[in-house]
Design a protein around this ligand. Structure first.
Ligand SMILES: N[C@@H](CCC(=O)N[C@@H](CS)C(=O)NCC(=O)O)C(=O)O
Length: 255
């Protein structure tokens, strides 16, 4: 059996969720790290594996499984190891609801904010010219992704969208805290893929948006973080990660 994972960083959002699921299951996998800053994900060899040019992609016995959330359900079904989906139907429903929310609601708002902060520096790299950058971005295969790269690179995202994302980030942090005051784990009584998603898509708020996520304002979330950090798989994930420094805040405040 061969298992490979193509990813940007062990602790990345989309990459991290699948990386951590594999660690939790105890799957022995080959780490295929792509350098996002060098746009390795747009190289023909990788596009042959994932034509959308996105990470992560799980490859199991030669078959590619993109799309992190669904890949994680596959991992839970295909490999031995502790279950990552609750057996109880209500908890399983809550797990899926929260995975979806963490990725597509709060996660999307956070991505809008972070994407706009990091893309210009990311695209410039060690001194690429504007011309070079536009040529690279023209290779992004998915037209919607290409537009979103270009908007962030040119800093053309509408300010109202960023303001709304900040509102959602603030409300989202409070919602997580309220939820974790009532449940030990995100799905209820057992650790699941929803804990993995909450950590990977939203956990970085403690570091990058400490005004919204911190021990005073979101104490139950902070306690859950401690439960997460005590897990051997999470410790291993941290040990295998090098997380970049926080990106600079834009001038003139928060948005
Ligand atoms: N729908 C994909 C989204 C994956 C995704 O957005 N990955 C980001 C990295 S965190 C990426 O590959 N970005 C490069 C790009 O979109 O061009 C999934 O759920 O796995």
């Amino acid at each position: 059996m061969s298992v490979e994972l193509y990813f940007f960083q062990p602790l990345g959002t989309n990459s991290g969720r699948v990386y951590l699921a594999l660690l939790e299951k105890g799957v022995d996998f080959t780490r295929r790290e792509l350098n996002g800053r060098e746009f390795d994900h747009l190289q023909p060899e990788y596009l042959a594996i994932n034509p959308k040019g996105q990470v992560p992609t799980l490859v199991h016995d030669g078959r590619a499984f993109p799309e992190g959330m669904i890949a994680n359900e596959y991992i839970d079904e295909a490999f031995e190891g502790p279950p990552l989906r609750p057996a109880d139907p209500t908890e399983r429903w809550r797990m899926r609801t929260m995975c979806r929310w963490a990725e597509n609601d709060l996660g999307r708002a956070l991505m809008m904010i972070m994407w706009n902060r990091v893309v210009p520096g990311f695209a410039r790299g060690e001194g690429r010219s504007e011309d070079e950058i536009e040529k690279i971005l023209a290779r992004v295969p998915d037209p919607a992704r290409r537009r979103s790269w270009l908007k962030a690179w040119k800093q053309e995202t509408r300010p109202e969208l960023l303001e709304e994302s900040h509102r959602r980030a603030r409300e989202g942090a409070q919602r997580i805290d309220y939820h974790l005051e009532r449940h030990e784990w995100v799905a209820g009584n057992c650790y699941s893929l929803a804990d993995i998603d909450l950590m990977c898509f939203c956990g970085f708020m403690f570091r990058f948006m400490p005004e919204l996520a911190n021990e005073q304002d979101t104490p139950h979330w902070a306690e859950w973080n401690e439960r997460m950090e005590a897990r051997p798989a999470v410790r291993q994930l941290r040990a295998e990660s090098v997380f970049p420094s926080p990106p600079p805040k834009p001038e003139g405040g928060d948005a």
